[in-house]
Design a protein. Structure first.
Length: 661
């Protein structure tokens, strides 16, 4: 990102020289001064620390501040508002300065023309210091401060608050903006009532301009670009006009494609350096320079933030360094691999934003309104022995999701749930569907309707975990609740969602614990199948088989399952199916061994159940099978049959359910 500022010598010319000859010095922003002669400023105080107002001496600006000087003004031929204080000749503040700098800081002569304060001139005159110090134009009504690499700021004396001109924190070089049919949103901060013009350029030629004004109540500006076809690179330029001063910001190498947000806890946080074949994965980045990545810092907040407080990894092209940056840091392996698989199919740019935090429950990622709708107790807190990451309500929603709401998205992928196995587990069938719905509404509204109201939302059904008795039934239940107790998605409560079942991707020897399996390639591949089906409308299988019909065959001791998809019985297992036998309102689960099967049917032996069979379940344990060795898969897609539990309500009519499509 580039911007331009005038040098100190430029500032002296602005103060009293010929504006036609103002030189420019390349920096991190642009301040273009309107072509008019300015009077010399009587005082310019430069501070390093605005809040403490401590005296400092700065080597570049070379201006010592020992106390605020009241009522300075800029002389440029306007009405007189205040007179410059006189100084004793023995106390020259310009000793040791160059000639141009002396001219800048020299007190103005007794004014004959009229005077008036000019905050804009102050901003221009101090712009050269903004990388290194805080400039204050005392009494002029404005303060120039550094605003990071994306802009420079102004504090207004008549309104408390930061009103710097800059892009939002995640608008930067190398970013990906959402392609057609949606319009990408560009926004940032500015000076109230200023005009902002956003220009999209290709090969230095403008192809689109959008104008707006800075809102006085929020100091923000927003434009929506026209829908763009995928491709690039482009340059995005934003210019703020305030009076006769223009400030211009630019971001380079911008692509249009599909933007996906990746969120969750530690399994989403794991980096490429932690997965199987990490060396090979990290060496394979050169072919994916159109897949751009950004990682949000782990921060929390008690109130909803307008912008990100911090970014760990700004928009970047993938490298072995930024993809393999330590354990559980950035960039998310699942996110990266998902985007890579998508790019192999789409062949146009993909933008990936990772915003995750290890050991966090869903309550931290949910807004207060969605938690209240599910009746989540306000006073509830995680047991201390289960607490790893932040667990307070909405703190990660406030700091890591809500600030992204203005971005136009294609979709979201989510990998979370482990922290809710023993915390508000029974509410997860409400909190998760409502999180999805709330995120969708928030991003739709924040992007001014550009993000689809029901954008595609994918998630990972939890993998296996070697655990104690306390978690024995909790992990299967949370897997079930991830589907809102349907066993499949999309469903009535979770429309336009897709799921990657990971029940067969266990990792007994993972150095990060069995809860963190290293095969993230298969997880990402299964997610990308769901995205291709739901987000891109491809006709393909993206979920494993579920029974469409469960029928008790009278007098045979067999329970017959009919699938709508062809099945592959990879191996026989006598314990993975269980039948609930009930007598006198007491039920117990008994094994239902596999008997016979065909391409779409499977018979289970339930002769051990001498009472009434009430329900059937499959893979209802924390560790149903070894790595990719579960009994049932789709015949051709290698997708495992997901866990399910189903009632056997009427032996004559059978149990009916929809299958994955």
């Amino acid at each position: 990102m580039d911007y331009w500022v005038p040098s100190l010598s430029s500032a002296s010319q602005i103060a009293g020289g010929d504006p036609e000859k103002i030189p420019e010095t390349k920096g991190k922003g642009e301040a273009s001064i309107s072509k008019r002669k300015w009077g010399k400023p009587p005082h310019l105080s430069v501070l390093l620390e605005l809040e403490s107002m401590v005296p400092v001496v700065f080597s570049r600006c070379r201006e010592t501040v020992s106390s605020p000087v009241p009522a300075p003004s800029f002389h440029y031929g306007g009405r007189r508002e205040a007179r410059a204080p006189r100084r004793p000749r023995t106390a020259s503040r310009t000793s040791g300065l160059g000639r141009a700098e002396s001219e800048l800081f020299r007190p103005a002569p007794r004014p004959r023309p009229r005077w008036r304060p000019c905050p804009e001139a102050c901003a221009a005159a101090t712009a050269s210091c903004q990388h290194d110090c805080v400039g204050i134009c005392l009494g002029s009504g404005a303060t120039v401060i550094p605003a990071g690499p994306r802009g420079f700021g102004l504090f207004s004396s008549d309104k408390v608050g930061y009103v710097g001109f800059r892009f939002a924190s995640y608008i930067d070089d190398y970013m990906v903006l959402q392609r057609e049919p949606a319009g990408a949103v560009i926004w940032g901060y500015g000076t109230p009532r200023a005009t902002v013009t956003v220009t999209l350029c290709r090969d230095q030629e403008p192809i689109m301009k959008k104008g707006t004004r800075v809102k006085a109540d929020s100091n923000t500006w927003t434009v929506v670009l026209d829908p763009m076809k995928p491709g690039g690179p482009y340059e995005v330029m934003a210019q703020q006009t305030l009076g006769r001063i223009n400030f211009t910001l630019r971001v380079h190498d911008v692509l249009f494609g599909d933007v996906w947000l990746c969120s969750g806890q530690s399994n989403m946080k794991m980096t490429v350096s932690q997965v199987f074949n990490a060396t090979g994965e990290l060496s394979n980045t050169a072919a994916y320079q159109s897949v751009r990545i950004l990682s949000v810092s782990s921060t929390q907040a008690q109130q909803e933030l307008e912008d990100l407080a911090k970014v760990d990894l700004r928009w970047s092209k993938p490298t072995s360094k930024n993809l393999g940056h330590g354990n559980f840091t950035y960039m998310s392996a699942v996110c990266w691999l998902f985007g890579r698989f998508l790019y192999d199919t789409l062949r146009y740019p993909v933008g990936l934003l990772s915003s995750s935090w290890s050991g966090t429950p869903i309550e931290a990622w949910s807004s207060r309104r969605s938690l209240e709708a599910c009746g989540v107790p306000r006073s509830g807190s995680m047991p201390s022995d289960l607490k790893i990451g932040p667990s307070a309500h909405s703190v990660l929603w406030n700091a890591m999701i809500h600030p992204l709401r203005n971005m136009t998205l294609k979709g979201v992928i989510w990998y979370q749930g482990e922290s809710n196995v023993n915390f508000n587990r029974d509410l997860y069938n409400c909190t998760f569907p409502l999180l999805i719905d709330d995120w969708r509404q928030t991003f739709h509204d924040g992007s001014q309707g550009q993000t689809e109201r029901l954008f595609p939302f994918g998630f990972v059904q939890l993998s296996s975990y070697l655990s104690g008795e306390a978690l024995h039934d909790g992990l299967p239940q949370i897997r079930w609740h991830q589907t809102a107790d349907f066993g499949y998605v999309p469903n009535q409560r979770m429309p336009n969602t897709f799921m990657a079942a990971a029940v067969d991707l266990c990792d007994r020897n993972s150095p990060f614990g069995s809860i963190h399996p290293r095969d993230k390639q298969t997880v990402a591949y299964r997610l990308h199948l769901g995205a291709r089906a739901l987000a891109y409308g491809e006709k393909l299988i993206f979920q494993g088989p579920l029974p469409q019909k469960i029928e008790l065959l009278a007098d045979t001791g067999l329970l017959n399952l009919t699938y709508s998809q062809p099945i592959k019985v990879q191996r026989r297992d006598d314990k993975i199916f269980e039948v609930s036998c009930c007598s006198d309102h007491q039920c117990k689960w008994l094994p239902a061994p596999m008997d016979t099967f065909s391409t779409q049917t499977l018979a289970l032996n339930i002769t051990s159940c001498h009472d009434t069979p009430a329900a059937l379940r499959y893979a209802w344990t924390p560790w149903p099978c070894e790595y990719k060795q579960c009994p049932l898969y789709h015949l051709t897609s290698t997708l495992p049959a997901p866990p399910f539990i189903a009632p056997i309500t009427n032996p004559s009519s059978g149990y009916h359910s929809r299958t994955a499509k």
